[in-house]
Design a protein around this ligand. Structure first.
Ligand SMILES: Cc1cc2nc3c(=O)[nH]c(=O)nc-3n(C[C@H](O)[C@H](O)[C@H](O)COP(=O)(O)OP(=O)(O)OC[C@H]3O[C@@H](n4cnc5c(N)ncnc54)[C@H](O)[C@@H]3O)c2cc1C
Length: 220
């Protein structure tokens, strides 16, 4: 598996094999559900995966990951699709859509919560508390607009605002809000000890960097 997978056409993939292996839907270009299945929250991200697998159960996830890994496909994992830089989709690769797997089970006595990969904050928030953070304030410069003609104007004022506020911040970042390591801000937020542990975990569980469409921890 290469970390620089090239986009492939869905016709190059044995989708019948994949369909036989998963119980969820396997959606490819030309299918009626394809355009809805590939759409993400950020309208500026317009990508065309070779296949979208709507996983219905854990075995589907395993089958889709194996399918991607064995073929060196670019792999995106999708839940709520709010990733601003578009990490939950890709061109010419596989999207593992976890939205059908959204159950949350909490055992208060054992203090154990089992959250499936497609659960979003609304479903989790009903049942368990959010983790606390040390910083007294958290800010997020987020602008949204509907007209593509307004792209430049909105991007410019949003970046201006972020630059004006940045000197007043702690120089750290909340992973949900950043596109990538952004000049080491994410690393600083984890701290060297936790970051070193994350690097070790990445090395152990994903040495080929199959899961890289995210705020990635580099393989060393
Ligand atoms: C309008 C808007 C408002 C927001 N408000 C808030 C807010 O109030 N608080 C806050 O914390 N954040 C907020 N965010 C940021 C948002 O929480 C992050 O972008 C978050 O990562 C989105 O998760 P998602 O599942 O919707 O997105 P997705 O795009 O589906 O996924 C985001 C990333 O996580 C990966 N991923 C998703 N599910 C899994 C999984 N089960 N296993 C492994 N990897 C997975 C994806 O591959 C991708 O890299 C906001 C974003 C937007 C656009």
């Amino acid at each position: 598996m290469s970390a620089t997978s090239q986009p492939v056409a869905s016709s190059e993939l044995d989708l019948d094999l994949l369909r036989a292996q998963v119980t969820g839907e396997v959606i490819a270009p030309g299918d009626a559900a394809y355009d809805e299945a590939r759409r993400v929250f950020n309208g500026m991200i317009d990508r065309s995966p070779a296949v979208v697998v709507r996983c219905a159960e854990t075995a589907d996830v395993a089958a889709a990951v194996t399918f991607a890994g064995e073929r060196g496909l670019l792999l995106a994992v999708r839940c709520g699709s709010h990733s601003t830089p578009g990490y939950s989709t890709c061109d010419g690769g596989i999207v593992i859509d976890l939205r059908p797997m959204n159950s949350v089970q909490v055992d208060p006595e054992a203090r154990i919560a089992r959250v499936q990969g497609g659960a979003v904050a609304q479903s989790v928030g009903r049942d368990i508390a959010l983790a606390a953070v040390d910083a007294p304030w958290l800010y997020f410069c987020l602008s949204m607009w509907m007209d593509p003609a307004e792209d430049q104007r909105n991007i410019e004022w949003s970046r201006w605002l972020a630059a004006v506020i940045a000197p007043h911040g702690a120089g750290t970042a909340f992973a949900n809000f950043v596109a990538d390591d952004e000049n080491g801000r994410l690393r600083a937020s984890y701290g060297e000890h936790k970051y070193a542990r994350l690097v070790k975990l990445k090395q152990r569980f994903d040495p080929d960097n199959l899961f890289r469409l995210n705020q990635n921890i580099p393989v060393q």
